[in-house]
Structure formats: structure tokens, C-alpha cells
Design a binder for this molecule. Structure first.
Ligand SMILES: [Zn+2]
Length: 175
């Protein structure tokens, strides 16, 4: 079931569903090339793609290289700014952001977040630790950031199962 921290805008949700299903379909290709099982994209309000990146923790040997952190860095580089707040950008990601990425999103000036698989299911399926995230829907709302979650969740869960079943590394198990 779709969850949100505001009033659901059906047009935005429809567009987000199309984008996230597209990301989930592309994600298997990134997994085969050695990426972690998460893919993110940043779009402007007219629907132009600004940046798209996958998780690269293992293949670039950096624990911070989550899909969301990578895509924020790429978007800021593409637009030549460290503050995206005046661009009214939305971030789309195949699974719910972890505790690090919530911080990264807040400091970037991204205005909306749309995600696929909720963290609880990511943890159950893969064993990745997503960290602690107290009441982030409300905290983001206070800061003017819209959130929609659980978009095309079943399709995303299937891709995560594929990652695990292929015997890929879970690099941040709970510890
Ligand atoms: Zn993350």
C-alpha cells in the first residue's frame, strides 16, 4: 500500500510508478555488472532526467556509495551547485533510503522522494542493515520534503531476491 507524508497527488504518483518500475527493470543489468541492488534517479519538475546512478559500494570500494548519495553527487555536478533547493528536483529510488541517505537527501535540497521497497522488507529479504530512522516522514514534512513510499513494491522485492539468489555480497549486515 502506498504511504505518503502529505496529500496524495495522483498524477505525481502515476509518473513516479512508471519511473520506479523502469528503474527496477534496469537494476538487474547493474547487478550483473557488479553494482549493489539499488538504483536512483533525479528528475526535474518537467520530467527531464538530471542524473541516474546505482549503488557502487563494492565495485568502487566505498561504504558511502549508496545509489542516493551517488545520484545527489552526480546531479550537483551536472548542475554545478551544492544546493539543489531552487531546482525543485525529485529523487526516485528502488528501495527506501537508509539513515545515511536520509541525511544526504536533507542537505542536498531535493524536494521530493519516491521509493519502492520499504526498509523492513529490504532487511528481511537481503540482510542489509538500514539503520535507525525515527519518524523521518514527519521530519521531512517539516522541512518541506514530500515522500511517497512502497511504490511498485512487489517488483522491487523480486529484484532484491534475485540479488540474494545470485549469491551476491551483503556488505552491511546487521552488526
Ligand atoms: Zn543509503
Amino acid at each position: 500500500m502506498i504511504i505518503s507524508n502529505g496529500i496524495t497527488d495522483e498524477n505525481k504518483l502515476k509518473r513516479a510508478t512508471d519511473i520506479i518500475i523502469g528503474l527496477q527493470n534496469e537494476l538487474k543489468g547493474y547487478i550483473v555488472k557488479g553494482h549493489g541492488p539499488f538504483l536512483a534517479a533525479v528528475y526535474d519538475e518537467k520530467g527531464n532526467l538530471i542524473a541516474k546512478t546505482a549503488n557502487s559500494v563494492i565495485n568502487e570500494t566505498c561504504s558511502n556509495n549508496h545509489a542516493e548519495m551517488n545520484v545527489i553527487k552526480a546531479a550537483e555536478k551536472a548542475l554545478g551547485t551544492y544546493d539543489l533547493s531552487s531546482y525543485n528536483l525529485s529523487l526516485y529510488v528502488t528501495s527506501e533510503p537508509c539513515m545515511m541517505c536520509l541525511g544526504g537527501i536533507m542537505w542536498s535540497g531535493i524536494k521530493a522522494v519516491y521509493y519502492g521497497v520499504p526498509s523492513k522488507r529490504v532487511e528481511e529479504i537481503t540482510g542489509f542493515d538500514e539503520g535507525f530512522k525515527p519518524d523521518w516522514f514527519n521530519e521531512f514534512k517539516k522541512r518541506g520534503i514530500t515522500v511517497y513510499g512502497n511504490i511498485a513494491q512487489e517488483i522491487g522485492e523480486e529484484v532484491l531476491r534475485y540479488y540474494v539468489n545470485q549469491g551476491n555480497t551483503v556488505y552491511q549486515p546487521e552488526r
